[in-house]
Design a protein. Structure first.
Length: 308
């Protein structure tokens, strides 16, 4: 009897310990655990791939001059678009610093192979703020001629709203903190102003950005090696990254192996030391007939006659 009581006590203790262990896991599975606060429920970047950006929208450049978005779109040159506000000292600064660092790792040059547009969504930002931001991040980029390839713009509310809506950029003004609640990322636009790619967060990878620029340019920039890599990699819009396509890698590897084997076979055939001898023998045989020759194509020996 006492043994049964002890066993029941041990089982109850084990059950309690098990509940304590799995409770945190159950809490993590609760769908409400990772929900955003209500005031951030509509803050997001909604993908609108292949949508046309309105290039007729008016903004102001770093010198205070009125410009349309279309001014910065040229044939064969994709455009990197980032939406920030210049008084943001945290996430926007991190995103622009990361963008400058990533572009510095590319062999492409802003202004030559692509354009960059950094546009403020805060109407309080003026062209002087844009000029100061441009000076700061061009120094980080440190690439000759980049002042003609990276542009910082400001605008009025109607232009900002139209652009943000076109690219699916949803933000909210927080009156309590006097700041904007917004997501972070960059978009790649084609030379005619269509949305090609989204990259999320404040950290961007040079390999992904390079492939995205090549695709957005309709393969007008880049090398043959880049085209092969693009054949093997596929853009995943859920992650904003490029992932390998195993089947295509196997296709290219198999083709390369076959070409290599064929090359070796051709090499050994052409360098065969008996090839020239056999060719001359067959030519001589066709010209003089087989009775006039005592040699075989495989041997230089002759038949001995009595008395030799």
């Amino acid at each position: 009897m006492a043994g049964d009581v002890r066993r029941l006590g041990l089982m109850a203790g084990a059950a309690t310990l098990l509940l304590l262990c799995i409770s945190p896991a159950v809490a993590q599975l609760d769908p409400t655990a990772d929900r955003l606060p209500p005031q951030l429920s509509d803050v997001s970047i909604e993908q609108r791939l292949n949508e046309q950006v309105p290039l007729q929208l008016l903004f102001h450049d770093e010198r205070g001059q009125s410009v349309t978005l279309g001014k910065f779109f040229e044939p064969d040159k994709p455009v990197i678009l980032s939406l920030v506000y210049f008084d943001c000292r945290m996430i926007c600064s991190q995103a622009l610093s990361s963008l400058a660092t990533t572009m510095r790792r590319l062999k492409f040059d802003a202004g030559k192979q692509f354009q960059v547009l950094t546009i403020s969504f805060d109407t309080r930002d003026k062209y002087e703020d844009a000029a100061a931001a441009k000076s700061k991040y061009l120094a980080m980029y440190n690439r000759a001629g980049a002042e003609n390839g990276w542009h910082f713009l400001t605008g009025d509310q109607s232009s900002i709203d139209a652009l943000a809506n076109a690219v699916g950029f949803h933000l909210r003004w927080d009156a309590r903190t006097q700041q904007f609640a917004h997501a972070t990322g960059i978009m790649l636009l084609t030379p005619d102003g269509r949305i090609s790619r989204y990259y999320y967060g404040t950290r961007y990878f040079a390999s992904d950005l390079r492939l995205g620029l090549i695709e957005a340019s309709k393969n007008e920039i880049g090398t043959l090696a880049d085209q092969i890599v693009l054949y093997c990699y596929h853009y995943d819009p859920r992650t904003g990254r490029y992932g390998v396509i195993v089947f295509r890698v196997m296709q290219i590897s198999g083709g390369f192996t076959l070409a290599l084997v064929a090359g070796f076979i051709l090499f050994f055939i052409r360098t065969d030391p008996n090839r020239r001898r056999r060719t001359l023998f067959h030519r001589f045989t066709r010209r003089n007939g087989p009775s006039d020759v005592g040699l075989s194509p495989q041997s230089h020996n002759y038949t001995a006659r009595p008395g030799d």
